[in-house]
Design a protein around this ligand. Structure first.
Ligand SMILES: C[S@@+](CC[C@H](N)C(=O)[O-])C[C@H]1O[C@@H](n2cnc3c(N)ncnc32)[C@H](O)[C@@H]1O
Length: 286
C-alpha cells in the first residue's frame, strides 16, 4: 500500500496499538505543565484547540478543566481518541490547512508538531494556530527536538493491557543531515495479540528539529508575541534543573508550582489583544 509522505502505519493500521505503545499515563506531567502555561494567557483559557491530537492522551488529562476540540488527519487515531474522550469534539483535518471558522482561547500543538519537517509547513501550522487563536489567547507548541539540543540516541517503551495485549517499541534517532530541519527515528514495534501471535513492524519516521531562531521568528511573523519562556533545553540542562529543584529545602507555594516539570522544548506565542494590536499598527501621534 502506498502512503502520502509523512503518513505512517503507526497512525493508520496500527492505531489500535497506540494506547499500549504510548500509554495515556505518560502524558500527565506535560498536561500539568501545559495547564500552567495556559494560566499565563491574558484571557481565561477555557476553550482549547488541540492540533494533531492523536489518540487523545494529552486531552484525557486536560478535559476535566477545559473544553477541547481535537483535530487530527488520521481517521483511525480520531477513532481511538473518541473511545477515551467521547465528550470532546473531534474533527478530521490537516493542521497546516484546517480552518474551523471559530476562535479558541488557546491552541495546542503537542508532540504532533514533530511531524512538521520543513519551514514552509511550520509557517502554515503557526498560521493555523493564529487563525484560531482569540485576541489575548495563547498558542503552545511542544516539539521533541530542536536543532540546538538534538542528540542521537535510543529509547524504548510500551505496556500491556488487561486482555494480555502487549505493545512495545524500540527507537534509534539520528540526524542524517544536520544542515536541514529534520531528524530520523527508526522504530521497531513488537505487537503481541492475546492469542500469542506476534507481529514485528519496522518504520522510519521523519521528525522536525528546527532551531530556536526559526521558531521565534516564525511565531513573530505570524503575529504572535513570542513568550520569553520559550525554551529549548539540552538533556544536561534538564538534569541540572531537576537537581536544583530537588535540592531546594524551604519552598514557597509559587516555588512548588514551579516544580511542575516543563517540557524540554516549549514555544509559546501570545496573540496580542485587539487594543494592543491597534496601538502597535497605528501611526505614532504627537
Ligand atoms: C505522536 S501522535 C500525537 C499523540 C497525541 N499527543 C496524544 O495525546 O495521543 C502524532 C499525531 O499527529 C498526527 N499528524 C501528523 N501530521 C499531521 C497533520 N499535518 N495534521 C494533523 N495531524 C497530523 C498523526 O496522525 C498522529 O495522530
Amino acid at each position: 500500500m502506498t502512503r502520502a509522505p509523512g503518513e505512517y502505519r503507526l497512525y493508520s493500521d496500527l492505531a489500535g496499538w497506540w494506547s499500549l505503545i504510548s500509554p495515556p499515563a505518560q502524558y500527565s506531567a506535560d498536561a500539568a505543565a501545559l495547564t500552567q502555561v495556559f494560566d499565563s494567557a491574558a484571557v481565561d483559557v477555557r476553550e482549547v484547540l488541540d492540533l494533531g491530537s492523536g489518540g487523545g492522551h494529552i486531552a484525557a488529562h486536560l478535559k476535566e478543566r477545559l473544553a477541547l476540540t481535537l483535530v487530527d488527519r488520521s481517521a483511525e487515531m480520531l477513532a481511538v481518541s473518541r473511545g477515551i474522550n467521547p465528550e470532546c469534539e473531534h474533527v478530521r483535518g490537516d493542521m497546516r490547512t484546517v480552518r474551523l471558522g471559530r476562535a479558541f482561547d488557546a491552541v495546542l500543538v503537542h508532540d504532533a508538531i514533530d511531524y512538521i519537517t520543513c519551514q514552509d509547513d511550520l509557517r502554515q501550522v503557526i498560521g493555523t494556530a493564529f487563525a484560531h487563536c482569540r485576541p489575548g489567547g495563547i498558542a503552545v507548541f511542544v516539539p521533541d527536538y530542536t536543532a540546538e539540543t538534538f542528540l542521537s540516541g535510543s529509547g524504548r517503551g510500551g505496556s500491556t493491557d488487561t486482555d494480555g495485549r502487549q505493545g512495545s517499541f524500540r527507537e534509534w534517532i539520528w540526524d542524517p543531515d544536520p544542515a536541514d530541519d529534520w531528524v530520523q527515528a527508526e522504530y521497531e514495534f513488537v505487537l503481541r495479540a492475546p492469542d500469542g501471535t506476534v507481529q514485528v513492524v519496522r518504520e522510519a519516521h521523519r521528525l522536525g528539529a528546527f532551531s530556536r531562531d526559526v521558531w521565534l521568528r516564525t511565531l513573530a511573523d505570524a503575529g504572535f508575541d513570542p513568550d520569553p519562556r520559550s525554551a529549548a533545553r539540552s538533556p544536561a540542562e534538564q538534569r541540572a534543573g531537576a537537581e536544583q529543584r530537588a535540592g531546594a529545602e524551604q519552598r514557597t507555594g509559587a516555588e512548588q508550582r514551579a516544580d511542575v516539570r516543563m517540557p524540554a522544548n516549549l514555544f509559546v506565542g501570545h496573540r496580542p489583544a485587539e487594543a494592543e494590536r491597534d496601538a502597535a499598527s497605528s501611526p505614532a501621534s504627537i
